[in-house]
Design a protein around this ligand. Structure first.
Ligand code: C2E
Ligand code: CA
Ligand code: CA
Ligand code: CA
Length: 278
């Protein structure tokens, strides 16, 4: 009987830990993944469509499960934002990306890494110090860095965000407004935030149909951006016709499966080497 109850207790313990591993709530699992370094940066090329050269990359987060499977951000970014865990996750991804692409920056003076930030990054100047610390330590000049602030969700405090954006710009970091056209802010942020670049969301690029028919929305956005002295990046470019259409309308840069999907370090470095090769 004694043996039986010990067995039961052991089984219960094993059961509980298995249960926890499998069914622990998402924020507990995110915390654990953060500790074990399971979030990794993937890199998607951003191409200067006037020259065909790779101008930089967007850093996109992936969660590597112990079995090797990659979990996309759609499954954890919202929770990470809601819990504030996105802040240490961003620090970790920045540090890792800077280490991994240090040589790429050294070999390509114009190359920029673009990081996605969230609203709470604009609550204070902490993000400015974080970026300075990470890149200074690796002796990477800050003209290799840009950040993206999304328009998809409303900013809590636009005035404060604008001040943080100015400070970032003053140290050489470029700032892009992401997912333009998808948020609730209309064109207000474009004027207020003083960003350097706008990224037109894939949604509007998709409208440039495969048959090359145009999109008045894209044309208007490009013309407004250019009048405000901003650069334009088109997201989600998948076809050559879209590329031609955008180039004819003076769009400087584009990103999308036509040029390359987000890939881990080794593949991205190989891509850069092929691009530089004869
Ligand atoms: P986003 O910032 O708009 O990033 C672009 C997304 O579009 C990426 O999805 C990219 O893989 C995808 N994409 C690029 N080109 C194409 C294309 O030609 N066709 C299609 N179908 N898709 C394309 P991903 O990597 O799944 O990321 C989704 C979102 O998750 C991002 O959207 C961004 O909002 C968020 N995210 C990703 N990494 C981070 C991060 O490190 N921090 C934060 N705060 N958010 C992140
Ligand atoms: Ca982005
Ligand atoms: Ca985007
Ligand atoms: Ca998008």
């Amino acid at each position: 009987a004694a043996l039986g109850s010990v067995l039961c207790a052991v089984l219960a313990m094993v059961g509980a830990s298995l249960f926890q591993r499998r069914f622990a709530s998402l924020d507990v699992r995110i915390r654990r993944a953060l500790k074990s370094g399971a979030f990794e940066p993937h890199y998607q090329p951003i191409v200067d469509i006037r020259t065909g050269r790779i101008a930089g990359c967007e850093v996109l987060m992936r969660w590597r499960r112990p079995d090797g499977v990659l979990i996309p951000p759609s499954e954890f970014i919202d929770k990470a934002e809601a819990t504030g865990l996105i802040l240490p996750m961003t620090d970790q991804i920045m540090r890792r990306a800077a280490e991994e692409l240090r040589d790429v920056c050294a070999a390509n003076p114009e190359f920029r890494l673009a990081f996605n930030l969230v609203d709470s990054h604009f609550d204070s100047f902490k993000i400015v110090t974080t970026i300075e610390t990470i890149f200074d330590r690796l002796a990477i000049p800050l003209h290799h860095v840009s950040v993206e602030v999304t328009e998809r969700r409303p900013l809590k405090n636009v005035e404060r965000a604008r001040i943080v954006i100015r400070r970032l710009q003053s140290i050489g970091v470029k700032v892009a407004l992401d997912d333009v056209g998808t948020g609730h802010s209309g064109l207000a942020h474009l004027q207020q935030l003083g960003v350097d670049t706008i990224k037109i969301d894939k949604f509007f690029i998709d409208v440039i149909a495969k048959d090359g028919s145009g999109s008045p929305f894209v044309e208007s956005l490009v013309s407004i951006a250019h009048r405000l002295g901003m650069d334009v990046v088109a997201e989600g470019v998948e076809t050559y016709d879209q590329l031609l259409y955008l180039r004819e309308r003076g769009v400087q840069k584009a990103q999308g499966y036509l040029f390359g999907r987000p890939v881990p370090k080794s593949e991205f470095i190989a891509l850069m080497e092929r691009a530089a090769g004869p």
